[in-house]
Design a protein around this ligand. Structure first.
Ligand code: FAD
Length: 494
């Protein structure tokens, strides 16, 4: 292999953001586009491989969603409740969950381009199906704004994106780790690659950085995310170790987003240290434990510690992992009666680590929690649930607890119908919120707030979110900023 090569556009990373950027660059006239993926081919694709990849985007409602799912069973689609999700809805969700810390210009650019970006994915050949639902009466309900995901989930989408990219003539190099950068805080010119046949330098007029977050580095987690985060399980790719982000910062790139923040969720306590397996056919990740709205969650002392009914799970799950981490042993148990189990989005027999018993006291013994304490917690919770409000899983029903220090704000139904179940959970980190600062054209900025010429970024490597995250926003963000990055990289001239 030559020790020095030249291409037109280099894309660093091999996940969904990278392939979308490469396709956008190629279709905008970029000639020689090369994707450098650190992972070997069987592991390519970053985080999406472990996900069903729901997409949240602004849309006009059921008629527009129908355009994405032409082959889907018409009778089932008819039963689905799909209201419009407006630009203002999306922006309000982003502002609320980030506690108004998200950059307003980037948030507006993101939301305003979200509809066009997901249509662009459809137009280049990505195929879709409706999101998971819960059944109430004869209607099927979804989380607000999240109505479709690609057929085959994350892996299906990655394989399709790669197929499209290869057909367009994009070159993909696996096992190719970027280990150094050539340039400075004004201009990035090339990278040094550690490939299977040795090291070499690769230069290009534009470079798009899509190298993901730093969540798979215990050392960086401990340094930035804080106490005990080095122990948490990594839900996605083990290859997201943050080294390109570090190099970019050393080069002079400005940082943005919440550096002590990360998307952390409750996952099965039996989850592996990294790469929690996706279920077949894109039905989601087998380790997700997101039905906590329909029950209560207790720590190992048998005490509740957060508001399980604060909002729909899509607005709370990404911060709930952090709440679990703060408990003794970083562990918790999600408790349900059969009424709660009936509402599971994945169905009653979702594969999981689970304990079941006819009474709460017997369940407590099985999970190693002091029975008297757990019985007291459940009885106290049951007694505090408002009786004058009807439970309604379709919306924030206001059926809250009254008089408890730890309130449950909605869906506070007494746990009465045995057998009772306990799902042990721990914390899984999905991606980190701190990253590179970009402008609304996906150009990376330097610490003088100027663009680093020739350098663009998209995906988890971009610093965008704070505190929390509205579910299924990452993939749409990838599509929006990768499209911009690819087109701008193709147009850039020295
Ligand atoms: C279990 C799970 C479920 C999820 N569910 C959803 C969902 O339903 N909807 C949604 O919107 N988001 C979801 N997400 C988040 C979403 O998957 C990510 O936000 C998204 O995949 C990030 O894409 P990316 O391309 O930026 O990064 P990644 O997909 O992480 O890709 C980064 C790439 O960079 C490569 N890389 C790293 N270092 C180097 C280097 N030195 N040189 C070369 N390459 C390098 C990696 O190998 C990898 O290919 C989920 C994530 C997980 C883990």
């Amino acid at each position: 292999m030559a020790e020095r090569e030249t291409r037109d556009i280099i894309v660093i990373g091999g996940g969904s953001a990278a392939f979308e950027a490469a396709i956008a660059a190629k279709t905008a006239g970029g000639e020689r586009v090369v994707v450098l993926e650190k992972a070997p081919e069987p592991e390519f694709g970053g985080n999406a491989r472990y996900s069903h990849t729901g997409f949240r985007f602004a849309h006009a409602g059921k008629d527009e969603i129908a355009e994405f799912v032409p082959g889907f069973d018409k009778a089932t689609f008819e039963r689905m409740h799909i209201p419009a999700y407006t630009r203002d809805d999306f922006l309000a969700d982003l502002n609320r969950v980030t506690e108004n810390r998200i950059d307003p210009l980037l948030a507006a650019a993101f939301v305003d381009n979200s509809n066009a970006a997901v249509h662009w994915m459809k137009d280049i050949g990505v195929e879709w199906e409706p999101e998971k639902t819960i059944t109430v009466g004869d209607k099927l309900y979804m989380e607000p704004g999240i109505n479709i995901h690609p057929i085959g989930g994350g892996l299906g989408m990655l394989l399709k994106l790669r197929e499209i990219a290869l057909k367009l003539g994009v070159e993909v190099r696996y096992d190719s780790r970027v280990r150094a950068l050539h340039g400075n805080e004004r201009r990035l010119e090339g990278v040094r690659v550690s490939g299977p046949d040795g090291e070499y330098d690769l230069f290009a007029r534009s470079i798009i950085c899509c190298s993901g977050g730093f969540q798979a580095s215990p050392e960086m987690r401990a340094r930035y995310l804080g106490s005990n985060t080095d122990f948490v399980r990594v839900r996605g790719s083990k290859h997201n170790t943050g080294e390109v982000l570090k190099m970019m910062i050393e080069l002079g790139a400005r940082t943005a987003g919440h550096w002590q923040g990360a998307h952390m969720t409750p996952i099965d306590s039996a989850a592996p240290p990294f790469e929690t397996p996706a279920m077949e056919g894109g039905r989601g990740n087998s380790m997700n434990r997101y039905d906590y709205c329909w029950g209560i969650t207790v720590n190992q002392l048998g005490q509740r510690f957060y508001d399980e009914g604060e909002a729909k799970h899509s607005y709370t799950y990404a911060k709930t992992g952090r709440a679990v981490l703060a408990q003794p042993g970083g562990a918790a148990y999600q408790l349900y009666d059969q009424n709660g189990v009936d509402l599971f989005r994945h169905g009653r027999d979702y594969p999981a680590t689970v304990f079941e018993a006819p009474t709460i006291a017997e369940l407590a013994k099985k999970i190693g929690v002091e029975p008297a304490v757990l019985v007291h917690t459940v009885e106290e919770f049951n007694a505090a649930c408002r009786k004058d409000v009807a439970m309604d899983a379709r919306k924030l029903d206001g059926k809250c607890t009254v008089g408890l220090a730890q309130k449950k704000s909605n869906w506070a139904e007494p746990l009465v119908r045995g057998p009772f179940r306990a799902y042990p959970v721990t914390t899984g980190v999905t991606f980190t919120f701190g990253g590179l600062a970009v402008d609304t054209q996906a150009q990376v900025l330097n610490t003088s707030f100027q663009p680093i010429r020739g350098l663009y970024a998209s995906g988890d490597v971009v610093g965008l979110f704070f505190h929390n995250y509205p579910s299924c926003t990452g993939q749409t963000r990838n599509a929006v900023f990768s499209y911009l990055a690819g087109r701008n990289a193709a147009a850039f001239r020295n």
